[in-house]
Design a protein around this ligand. Structure first.
Ligand SMILES: *Cc1c(COP(=O)(O)O)cnc(C)c1O
Length: 222
Protein backbone atom coordinates (compact mmCIF):
# COMPACT_ATOMS: atom_id res chain seq x y z
CA UNK A 1 0.00 0.00 0.00
CA UNK A 2 2.81 2.50 0.85
CA UNK A 3 4.03 3.42 -2.63
CA UNK A 4 0.55 2.92 -3.84
CA UNK A 5 -0.73 5.59 -1.45
CA UNK A 6 1.40 8.38 -2.91
CA UNK A 7 0.51 7.22 -6.42
CA UNK A 8 -3.20 7.26 -5.67
CA UNK A 9 -2.87 10.66 -4.04
CA UNK A 10 -1.05 12.00 -7.11
CA UNK A 11 -3.78 10.59 -9.36
CA UNK A 12 -6.56 12.23 -7.37
CA UNK A 13 -4.64 15.52 -7.27
CA UNK A 14 -4.21 15.35 -11.04
CA UNK A 15 -7.96 14.80 -11.46
CA UNK A 16 -8.65 17.77 -9.21
CA UNK A 17 -6.29 19.95 -11.25
CA UNK A 18 -7.96 18.80 -14.47
CA UNK A 19 -11.47 19.57 -13.20
CA UNK A 20 -10.33 22.95 -11.88
CA UNK A 21 -8.80 23.81 -15.23
CA UNK A 22 -12.00 22.98 -17.09
CA UNK A 23 -14.05 24.97 -14.60
CA UNK A 24 -11.54 27.84 -14.60
CA UNK A 25 -11.04 27.52 -10.89
CA UNK A 26 -7.84 27.52 -8.83
CA UNK A 27 -6.75 24.23 -7.24
CA UNK A 28 -6.32 25.89 -3.86
CA UNK A 29 -10.06 26.61 -3.84
CA UNK A 30 -10.70 22.88 -3.43
CA UNK A 31 -9.78 21.05 -0.23
CA UNK A 32 -9.25 17.30 -0.55
CA UNK A 33 -10.54 15.48 2.52
CA UNK A 34 -9.09 11.95 2.61
CA UNK A 35 -11.85 9.85 4.18
CA UNK A 36 -10.02 7.19 6.18
CA UNK A 37 -13.00 5.55 7.89
CA UNK A 38 -12.60 1.78 8.45
CA UNK A 39 -8.90 1.98 7.56
CA UNK A 40 -6.30 1.37 10.28
CA UNK A 41 -3.49 3.77 11.17
CA UNK A 42 -1.03 1.70 9.07
CA UNK A 43 -3.06 2.50 5.98
CA UNK A 44 -3.22 6.20 6.86
CA UNK A 45 0.46 6.89 7.60
CA UNK A 46 1.58 6.43 3.95
CA UNK A 47 -0.77 9.25 2.95
CA UNK A 48 0.49 11.41 5.81
CA UNK A 49 4.04 10.64 4.67
CA UNK A 50 3.04 11.71 1.16
CA UNK A 51 1.99 15.09 2.56
CA UNK A 52 -1.77 14.78 2.88
CA UNK A 53 -2.98 16.58 6.02
CA UNK A 54 -6.78 16.83 5.80
CA UNK A 55 -8.67 13.67 6.75
CA UNK A 56 -12.26 12.64 7.34
CA UNK A 57 -13.84 10.06 9.62
CA UNK A 58 -17.50 9.19 10.06
CA UNK A 59 -17.55 7.78 13.59
CA UNK A 60 -16.40 9.61 16.69
CA UNK A 61 -15.41 6.46 18.54
CA UNK A 62 -13.39 5.02 15.67
CA UNK A 63 -11.59 8.35 15.22
CA UNK A 64 -10.79 8.50 18.94
CA UNK A 65 -9.02 5.17 18.56
CA UNK A 66 -6.76 6.27 15.70
CA UNK A 67 -6.24 9.99 15.57
CA UNK A 68 -4.90 11.29 18.87
CA UNK A 69 -1.70 9.33 18.28
CA UNK A 70 -1.46 10.25 14.57
CA UNK A 71 -2.03 13.92 15.42
CA UNK A 72 0.86 13.70 17.81
CA UNK A 73 3.17 12.15 15.22
CA UNK A 74 2.30 14.48 12.35
CA UNK A 75 2.06 18.26 12.46
CA UNK A 76 -0.79 20.18 10.93
CA UNK A 77 -3.39 17.42 10.72
CA UNK A 78 -6.92 18.67 10.18
CA UNK A 79 -9.66 16.19 11.05
CA UNK A 80 -13.20 16.45 9.64
CA UNK A 81 -16.25 14.57 10.87
CA UNK A 82 -18.25 13.55 7.79
CA UNK A 83 -20.80 11.23 9.42
CA UNK A 84 -23.98 11.51 11.42
CA UNK A 85 -23.42 12.85 14.92
CA UNK A 86 -25.49 11.89 17.95
CA UNK A 87 -26.06 14.74 20.36
CA UNK A 88 -24.54 12.78 23.25
CA UNK A 89 -21.25 12.60 21.31
CA UNK A 90 -21.07 16.35 20.70
CA UNK A 91 -18.47 16.98 23.40
CA UNK A 92 -16.22 14.20 22.15
CA UNK A 93 -16.58 15.48 18.60
CA UNK A 94 -15.67 19.04 19.57
CA UNK A 95 -12.64 17.76 21.47
CA UNK A 96 -11.20 15.77 18.55
CA UNK A 97 -12.41 17.28 15.26
CA UNK A 98 -11.48 20.52 13.52
CA UNK A 99 -14.61 20.68 11.37
CA UNK A 100 -18.03 18.98 11.38
CA UNK A 101 -19.96 18.30 8.16
CA UNK A 102 -23.16 16.89 9.62
CA UNK A 103 -25.01 19.64 11.45
CA UNK A 104 -28.58 18.80 10.48
CA UNK A 105 -31.08 19.47 13.25
CA UNK A 106 -31.95 21.91 16.04
CA UNK A 107 -31.15 19.43 18.84
CA UNK A 108 -27.63 19.03 17.47
CA UNK A 109 -27.21 22.82 17.18
CA UNK A 110 -28.03 22.98 20.86
CA UNK A 111 -25.68 20.15 21.83
CA UNK A 112 -22.78 21.47 19.73
CA UNK A 113 -23.27 25.04 20.93
CA UNK A 114 -23.12 23.83 24.50
CA UNK A 115 -20.11 21.60 23.84
CA UNK A 116 -18.24 24.48 22.18
CA UNK A 117 -19.05 26.80 25.09
CA UNK A 118 -17.80 24.22 27.56
CA UNK A 119 -14.58 23.57 25.61
CA UNK A 120 -14.17 27.30 24.91
CA UNK A 121 -13.48 26.41 21.30
CA UNK A 122 -15.51 27.12 18.12
CA UNK A 123 -15.51 24.46 15.39
CA UNK A 124 -16.69 25.36 11.88
CA UNK A 125 -19.70 23.29 10.83
CA UNK A 126 -21.33 22.49 7.51
CA UNK A 127 -25.08 22.11 7.45
CA UNK A 128 -25.86 18.72 5.92
CA UNK A 129 -28.79 18.74 3.53
CA UNK A 130 -31.04 15.85 2.68
CA UNK A 131 -30.76 17.10 -0.86
CA UNK A 132 -32.69 14.27 -2.52
CA UNK A 133 -35.43 14.32 0.11
CA UNK A 134 -34.76 10.66 0.85
CA UNK A 135 -36.75 9.09 3.61
CA UNK A 136 -34.18 7.42 5.84
CA UNK A 137 -31.31 9.74 5.09
CA UNK A 138 -29.82 12.20 7.57
CA UNK A 139 -29.72 15.86 6.74
CA UNK A 140 -31.82 18.95 7.03
CA UNK A 141 -34.76 19.38 4.66
CA UNK A 142 -34.04 22.05 2.07
CA UNK A 143 -36.92 24.19 3.34
CA UNK A 144 -35.57 24.12 6.90
CA UNK A 145 -32.13 25.50 6.01
CA UNK A 146 -32.78 29.20 6.77
CA UNK A 147 -34.16 28.38 10.23
CA UNK A 148 -31.26 26.08 11.05
CA UNK A 149 -28.76 28.73 9.92
CA UNK A 150 -30.42 31.21 12.23
CA UNK A 151 -30.31 28.79 15.16
CA UNK A 152 -26.65 27.98 14.53
CA UNK A 153 -25.77 31.68 14.43
CA UNK A 154 -27.67 32.28 17.67
CA UNK A 155 -25.63 29.46 19.27
CA UNK A 156 -22.42 31.09 17.99
CA UNK A 157 -21.53 28.10 15.80
CA UNK A 158 -19.30 29.18 12.89
CA UNK A 159 -20.94 28.05 9.64
CA UNK A 160 -18.56 26.75 6.99
CA UNK A 161 -21.21 26.06 4.36
CA UNK A 162 -23.50 23.31 3.11
CA UNK A 163 -22.83 19.59 2.65
CA UNK A 164 -24.68 16.83 0.83
CA UNK A 165 -24.54 13.18 -0.18
CA UNK A 166 -26.80 12.89 -3.26
CA UNK A 167 -29.05 9.85 -3.74
CA UNK A 168 -27.11 6.74 -4.68
CA UNK A 169 -27.03 5.49 -8.26
CA UNK A 170 -28.40 8.48 -10.14
CA UNK A 171 -26.69 11.44 -11.81
CA UNK A 172 -25.48 13.72 -9.00
CA UNK A 173 -24.94 16.91 -11.04
CA UNK A 174 -28.42 18.41 -10.47
CA UNK A 175 -28.02 17.92 -6.70
CA UNK A 176 -24.59 19.55 -6.71
CA UNK A 177 -26.00 22.46 -8.67
CA UNK A 178 -28.86 22.78 -6.19
CA UNK A 179 -26.47 22.79 -3.23
CA UNK A 180 -24.38 25.47 -4.93
CA UNK A 181 -27.46 27.62 -5.44
CA UNK A 182 -28.64 27.16 -1.85
CA UNK A 183 -25.19 28.11 -0.55
CA UNK A 184 -25.23 31.23 -2.70
CA UNK A 185 -28.80 32.14 -1.65
CA UNK A 186 -27.79 31.87 2.00
CA UNK A 187 -24.43 33.64 1.57
CA UNK A 188 -22.44 30.60 2.71
CA UNK A 189 -19.02 30.00 1.22
CA UNK A 190 -18.32 26.28 1.62
CA UNK A 191 -19.74 23.51 -0.55
CA UNK A 192 -18.84 20.05 0.77
CA UNK A 193 -19.82 17.71 -2.05
CA UNK A 194 -18.31 15.03 -4.26
CA UNK A 195 -16.93 11.60 -3.35
CA UNK A 196 -14.70 9.10 -5.19
CA UNK A 197 -17.22 8.46 -7.95
CA UNK A 198 -18.18 12.04 -8.74
CA UNK A 199 -15.73 14.59 -7.35
CA UNK A 200 -14.71 16.03 -10.76
CA UNK A 201 -18.37 16.82 -11.44
CA UNK A 202 -18.71 18.35 -7.97
CA UNK A 203 -15.65 20.56 -8.57
CA UNK A 204 -17.10 21.82 -11.84
CA UNK A 205 -20.27 22.73 -9.96
CA UNK A 206 -18.52 24.65 -7.19
CA UNK A 207 -17.31 22.16 -4.56
CA UNK A 208 -14.87 23.68 -2.06
CA UNK A 209 -14.42 20.44 -0.07
CA UNK A 210 -14.44 17.01 -1.66
CA UNK A 211 -14.61 13.89 0.51
CA UNK A 212 -12.67 11.06 -1.10
CA UNK A 213 -12.19 7.62 0.45
CA UNK A 214 -12.11 4.69 -1.97
CA UNK A 215 -10.04 6.45 -4.65
CA UNK A 216 -7.27 7.00 -2.07
CA UNK A 217 -7.48 3.94 0.17
CA UNK A 218 -9.05 1.29 -2.06
CA UNK A 219 -12.31 -0.50 -1.28
CA UNK A 220 -13.43 -0.67 2.32
CA UNK A 221 -13.48 -4.20 3.71
CA UNK A 222 -16.63 -5.99 4.86
C1 LIG B 1 -17.48 7.31 3.19
C2 LIG B 1 -17.86 8.70 2.87
C3 LIG B 1 -17.24 9.40 1.84
C4 LIG B 1 -16.17 8.79 0.94
O1 LIG B 1 -16.78 7.92 0.04
P1 LIG B 1 -15.93 7.23 -1.16
O2 LIG B 1 -16.99 6.84 -2.12
O3 LIG B 1 -15.23 6.07 -0.55
O4 LIG B 1 -15.01 8.24 -1.70
C5 LIG B 1 -17.63 10.71 1.62
N1 LIG B 1 -18.59 11.30 2.36
C6 LIG B 1 -19.21 10.65 3.37
C7 LIG B 1 -20.25 11.37 4.15
C8 LIG B 1 -18.87 9.34 3.66
O5 LIG B 1 -19.51 8.71 4.64
Amino acid sequence: MSDNASELLAEVEAEIAKACKIARRKVHEVTLIAVSKTHPAEAITPLLDAGQRVFGENRVQEAQGKWPELKERYDGVELHLVGQLQSNKAEDAVALFDCIHSLDRPSLVKALGKAMDKADKRIPCFIQLNIGEEEQKGGCAVGDVPALIEQARAADIPLAGLMCVPPFGIEPAPFFALLDKLARDNSLEGRSMGMSGDYPTAIMLGATHIRVGTALFGERGG
